[in-house]
Design a protein around this ligand. Structure first.
Ligand code: ZN
Ligand code: ZN
Length: 444
């Protein structure tokens, strides 16, 4: 094909052409939500779309991940365009599965749509031939770091080592031959224009606390029991008492839930389980907050003489920014939605395993709007599928062209990138977060 601008024009036409099919597929995933490491149907739908495009793919990566590979007309670097497979659990969401309450309230179904629309455009024979490099299209499991007990059973069964999708894929070597990655997440923040870029996310660790008391008749013999629910509520109060020590610049978030509050109402609860995240802008700040959280959890057990079993797991690393890659994306986003609709995004208190990838290879996670309501809330809805699926598909596909066309910028992005961690150092760091201890407040 001719010059780069002609290729890019063709890519935009192809995205427009395939967008209705990709949007239909996103809506189908919306109607069949599956949480992380359970996305078997979603993965099948993605695989069928790759088949339709004639792209060879590998399935069942980290249980449900799918990766298709597109070979360009000449050798060169390999860029990954990604989307995330998993839903949340949101009772009351209008598209929640009535049996499981699984629901797409983070817009991951639109990510899959945009990744596939980009794949359809780049797989066009003329476009493919123009690439001096290769593209991997990846549907990635389990970005939402939830259902820790379920995922621990998968770990114990040897099906996983890590409880987040991308860490597991890194361990499995799925990113070993990837040079650059990108994923566009949905957004409800219309104030940031149709496409926003350059936000940073918190890192996080995940914790489980299992308070162990002594069960006894709640009416006739509470004095013979040790109340694990009282221990847990005291622990939460103690966590809250530490919040004034968290510093604004560290962006600390600590948010526990009780996943099991007791077994029968007529007995002193002896088995109470909590899950929580400790999030922050950097690992030192997270470690500082984590020390206070552990103190608070032990304090709850100590106050009533209960035991608490504390488990800590690696979650996600704080996001870092690749300005060179963001700039290439920004340029192309402006082609798609116009200069006035592309904004620099503000920092997010949330966490994502895209943050992990930013430590390993040039990686960006821009945002596309089209959604309304509250992220992770029952009112989160995609109002404008063109904005949520087609716009980011075009922006990513055009970015791939700028990276991999003859004389493209991928080589510069790769050469200028200084990884904060090697793969082995990353895996060692992730493993170093994992620990378990038992504190006996009765014996203390
Ligand atoms: Zn989310
Ligand atoms: Zn998300």
């Amino acid at each position: 094909m001719q010059d780069r601008s002609a290729i890019k024009k063709r890519v935009q036409e192809l995205v427009d052409q395939y967008a209705p099919k990709a949007i239909d597929l996103a809506r189908d995933i919306l109607a069949h939500p599956e949480t992380g490491f359970r996305e078997f149907r979603t993965a099948t739908v993605v695989g069928e779309f790759f088949d339709y495009l004639g792209l060879p793919h590998r399935d069942s990566l980290a249980m449900t991940g799918v990766r298709a590979d597109l070979t360009g007309g000449a050798p060169g670097p390999r860029v990954a365009v990604m989307g995330e497979l998993d839903s949340l659990i949101v009772p009351g969401h209008p598209f929640a599965d009535p049996n499981t309450q699984f629901a797409h309230a983070c817009g991951h179904h639109t990510q899959i749509g945009s990744m596939l629309a980009a794949a359809a455009a780049l797989a066009d024979p003329d476009v493919r031939e123009s690439l001096h490099g290769n593209v991997a299209f990846m549907a990635v499991p389990a970005e939402e770091y939830i259902e820790l007990e379920y995922r621990q059973t998968l770990v114990e069964q040897g099906k996983l080592e890590f409880m987040g999708g991308k860490a597991e894929l890194v361990k499995l070597g799925v990113f070993d031959d990837i040079d650059i990655t990108m994923l566009t997440h949905s957004s409800t923040n219309a104030a940031e224009g149709k496409i926003a870029y350059g936000s940073i996310n918190n890192g996080a660790i995940a914790k489980e606390a299992r308070f162990i008391g002594v069960q006894a008749h709640a009416g006739s013999a509470p004095h013979r029991g040790v109340n694990a629910l009282q221990a847990a509520t005291l622990a939460m109060a103690a966590i809250n008492a530490n919040r004034e020590t968290f510093q604004d610049q560290d962006s600390i978030r600590v948010h526990p839930i009780i996943t099991h509050g007791g077994d029968v109402v007529n007995a002193v609860p002896a088995n109470v389980r909590m899950e929580m995240f400790v999030r922050g802008r950097n690992l030192d700040a997270i470690a500082d907050a984590d020390r206070k959280v552990e103190r608070a959890l032990k304090a709850g057990a100590l106050a009533v003489g209960a035991k608490v079993e504390l488990s800590t797991y690696a979650a996600y690393l704080p996001m870092t920014l690749n300005e060179e890659l963001l700039e290439i994306f920004r340029r192309n986003a402006e082609i798609v939605v116009g200069k006035n609709e592309v904004h620099r995004a503000g920092p997010r208190g949330s966490s994502t395993d895209m943050g992990d990838l930013t430590h390993l290879l040039p990686t960006i996670q821009p945002y596309a709007t089209g959604c309304t309501g509250t992220v992770h809330g029952a009112d989160f809805l995609v109002e404008d599928y063109q904005a949520a699926v087609a716009n980011p598909a075009a922006a990513m596909a055009l970015t791939v062209i700028d990276l991999l066309a003859e004389g493209g910028e991928a080589r510069s992005v790769i050469d200028n990138f200084q990884p904060a961690l090697t793969k082995n150092a990353y895996l060692a760091l992730q493993r170093s977060f994992n620990r378990r201890q038992l504190f006996d407040g009765g014996a203390a």
